[in-house]
Write a protein that binds this ligand. Structure first.
Ligand code: SF4
Ligand code: SF4
Length: 358
């Protein structure tokens, strides 16, 4: 008989760092377009897997010496290689017992609604747009959502259905959402990525996390965001979600603004772009990064077009150069006592965080 214990043992043996199991009904409050129950209507259980991001993958950014390892290993590596292999192994254990394992890796794919703002249809993808213009000779626009998708049956949900990974992880009892909107877990703080399996097997379920709050509401993430994308708690700008009785709350981040800053850092945090380029700000292309324009797809397109050539490395994912909110969070949780307390012999940060003098 398939049990919670069997699945967790298989998950850890295959290389996951933690695993939690929930009834899929815990996601019932999600909008239909983002409710995983529509993926597989017979599914009864949702299994969440945690894959740690090694703290050292952030070291190069923390020191200002190497920016490639974090996006390639912690985004690309986990999403594309490490996590899928674990899902595959655990899926076999489930199917050997006669149940189906609907594997759902972290896709990076486009859904029926934009993953940026939930809007349907024509939501541009700035980074892909550049590739299209350069490589596909303007033949096709690339969007953050699949524009012409239609429901295939009487349920009113169109493919490809994407759901809110972090809330699903909370539902599986794996952690809580921090003020920065990152998933925080007792084992790894903000340092992990996640993936899921849905199955028609009915299992023993884990409770949602109910220990000491994992987020200290210290606002270090707010202070260290180079784009001021995360509002402070005192502004009252927050998102609140009732997840089957568990209240989840986070700062109402300006997602498009983060989109520009986490890839491009801005004047003080992008050592790949000469100071003169920011000074010149040709055609006002860098107005968004320079605090002279609000975030919009159009402004972000201008930033991407202007700065792409200064960092021509791709890992299939945006080349994140920021990680400010994550590193701030790790550092604070290590120093002030929190879920990162005592994990490492030396703290992540032993000196003042760098900022370019220009
Ligand atoms: S990833 Fe960077 S830009 Fe985005 S919220 Fe975090 S610190 Fe700000
Ligand atoms: S930095 Fe502080 S406020 Fe922000 S998510 Fe981490 S613990 Fe919460």
């Amino acid at each position: 008989m398939l049990t919670n214990k069997m699945i967790k043992e298989a998950a850890l043996a295959a290389g996951a760092d933690a695993c939690g199991i929930a009834p899929i009904s815990r996601m019932a409050g999600a909008p239909d377009d983002m409710n995983p129950k529509f993926l597989f209507p017979e599914a009864k259980s949702m299994i969440g897997f945690i894959f740690r991001i090694p703290r050292g993958v952030q070291r190069g950014i923390e020191e200002g010496t190497q920016f490639y390892q974090y996006p390639s290993m912690a985004y690309g590596g986990i999403n594309e290689i490490f996590a899928p292999s674990v899902l595959y192994q655990v899926g076999k254990v489930i199917e050997d017992e006669g149940y189906e394992a609907f594997i759902y890796r972290n896709t990076g794919a486009r859904g029926s609604v934009s993953d940026m703002d939930g809007s349907p249809g024509n939501s541009l993808s700035p980074e892909e747009q550049i590739k299209v213009i350069e490589q596909a000779k303007k033949a096709t626009d690339h969007h953050r959502s699949v524009q012409f998708t239609r429901a295939t049956r009487d349920i009113n949900v169109a493919p490809d259905l994407q759901f809110q990974f972090r809330l699903a992880a909370v539902a599986c009892g794996l952690g809580e959402i921090g003020w920065s909107k990152m998933l925080l877990t007792p084992q790894f703080g903000p340092l992990q990525r996640i993936a899921f399996i849905f199955t028609d097997a009915e299992l023993e379920y884990d409770e949602m996390y109910s220990g000491k709050p994992l987020c200290r509401k210290c606002m270090a993430c707010v202070r260290e965001c180079p784009g001021s994308c995360i509002p402070a708690e005192k502004t009252g700008k927050k998102i609140t979600v009732d997840l089957d009785g568990k209240i989840c709350e986070w700062g109402d981040i300006d997602m498009w603004r983060c989109y520009a800053f986490y890839t491009h850092g801005g004047r003080y945090y992008n050592p790949f772009v000469p100071k003169e380029v920011f000074d010149k700000n040709e055609n006002g292309d860098l107005n968004l990064l320079e605090g002279k324009a609000e975030a919009s797809e159009q402004e972000i397109m201008k930033v991407y077009m202007a700065l792409e050539k200064y960092f021509p490395s791709w890992v299939g994912y945006n080349m994140a150069k920021c990680g400010g909110c994550i590193r701030a969070c790790v550092s604070m949780l290590e120093k002030k006592g929190g879920c990162m307390d005592g994990r490492f012999k030396e703290p992540l940060r032993t000196k003042k965080a760098w900022k370019l003098d220009r």
